[in-house]
Design a protein around this ligand. Structure first.
Ligand code: SF4
Length: 411
């Protein structure tokens, strides 16, 4: 196909723009790529112009996450004077959902918006777009895995502390300190080996364990699940986490490890249930083993503190049994169900299921299983919130406040 490629030489000349999704993780990923010789910039532009650009260049039937990501890219290009030295990076899951095809929509939108020269890079583990100058080699994978481990750990531990801190702002200060320290390490090829990750996780756990928490404070515990972009990105969910914190809630957002494990297990189920080749399944088994060793480090580090550790994903995965089959793997599929079950079982019985309007897979695996989850756990207080360009923030927040009112009454 005829579109501009990102060549290996462009590493030196081009800035790669990445849409923001998870604040902590993205800062670490930015440094992981930078440490491999890429000049990277995470986008933080938000506001009405992003949605407007999205609506202008993609059909309004398009998934809301795609509309926002494309809108954010074009809005960013509109405000730069170096568009000939810029490339855009987008992920492709390689699954059956529309997310694998956002890249084509983006290329079409760039031509229409007057930026046909801007190359788009696909970041994927499915061997798509093989002609790209950005390769997922061992060094980059090692850096990305370390960044993801630190990102998940910091996000989890921060969420566990910030609502209860006695000295206002202490958790944020500590998180900023660690994100900066780890970013520098990753950039300089440090903190990547199994043993350095272990050492860093233990140090982080010790630091957070020293934060004075108000153990008598009663706060509603709220979990956020949903479509991956809308669940994590403040741009997609109107800064849901901040809103919940303002309402005095303790917020829990399942980490990225869960999503990666979910994708890897799906390759195994593809082979077992649907007869696809065994090679991918074997590679996935090896990667699961690799990640499980690092997941264990996070849990072991927390076991030495007063902070309750997260569950092993191998346990979470089993929780969807009896509710939704592991063969249901479009969108967030069985992961969404498993995460809701996990949240309820770990005390976060108040759940917001954040869904892009019109996203069929997530409506089935989210909204569609709520009745069953409530049958198993009658205390579950779940609300599904739709996000799209016409949904108003006030309306979304009012529905969340209703859910919180029930949660507070129960406290
Ligand atoms: S999960 Fe939903 S929002 Fe995401 S690509 Fe699939 S249909 Fe679109």
């Amino acid at each position: 196909m005829d579109y501009p490629r990102f060549t290996a030489e462009m590493r030196k000349t081009h800035t790669i723009l990445i849409p923001n999704m998870l604040d902590i993780h993205m800062r670490l990923f930015e440094n992981a790529l930078r440490g491999c010789g890429y000049n990277v910039e995470v986008l933080h532009n938000e506001g009405a112009s992003v949605v407007e650009e999205g609506l202008k260049y993609v059909h309004n039937d398009t998934c809301y996450p795609a509309l926002l990501v494309i809108g954010q890219f074009i809005d960013a290009l509109n405000h730069r004077n170096d568009v000939d030295k810029v490339a855009l990076l987008i992920t492709q899951t390689g699954g059956g959902c529309r997310a694998s095809n956002y890249i084509h929509l983006l290329r079409k939108a760039l031509v229409k918006a007057g930026y046909p020269q801007v190359p788009v890079i696909s970041l994927n583990a499915s061997n798509l777009e093989k002609d790209s100058g950005l390769k997922l080699n061992y060094t980059l994978i090692k850096k990305v895995v370390a960044a993801m481990t630190y990102g998940d750990f910091l996000m989890y531990i921060r969420n566990k502390c910030q609502t209860y801190e006695i000295k206002q702002g202490q958790t944020k200060e500590l998180t900023d300190y660690w994100v900066q320290k780890l970013s520098d390490e990753i950039d300089n090829n440090k903190g990547l080996s199994f043993h350095s990750i272990k050492k860093n996780l233990n140090l982080i756990a010790r630091d957070y364990d020293n934060i004075y928490l108000d153990t008598n404070k009663k706060a509603p515990k709220v979990g956020i699940v949903g479509e991956i972009y809308i669940k994590y990105a403040g741009l997609g969910n109107n800064h849901l986490e901040n809103f919940l914190l303002e309402q005095g809630a303790e917020v829990m957002v399942p980490g990225l490890y869960g999503f990666i494990f979910y994708c890897l297990y799906n390759s195994i189920y593809d082979h077992e249930f649907y007869g696809s080749g065994i090679t991918k399944s074997l590679v996935s088994r090896f990667l699961i083993y690799y990640l499980k060793r690092r997941e264990k480090l996070m849990i072991k580090a927390l076991e030495k503190t007063k902070i309750t550790p997260m569950k092993y994903f191998s346990e979470t995965k089993e929780l969807s049994n009896g509710v939704l089959s592991h063969g249901t793997k479009m969108g967030e599929g069985w992961l969404l169900t498993a995460e809701m079950m996990e949240l309820v079982e770990t005390g976060y019985e108040n759940i917001i299921c954040a869904q892009p309007f019109g996203c069929l897979p997530n409506h089935i695996c989210g909204k569609g299983v709520m009745k069953k989850i409530k049958e198993i756990h009658p205390d579950a207080n779940i609300v599904a919130i739709d996000y799209d360009p016409s949904a108003t923030k006030v309306n979304q927040e009012n529905r969340i406040k209703l859910m919180l009112a029930i949660a507070k009454e129960r406290l």
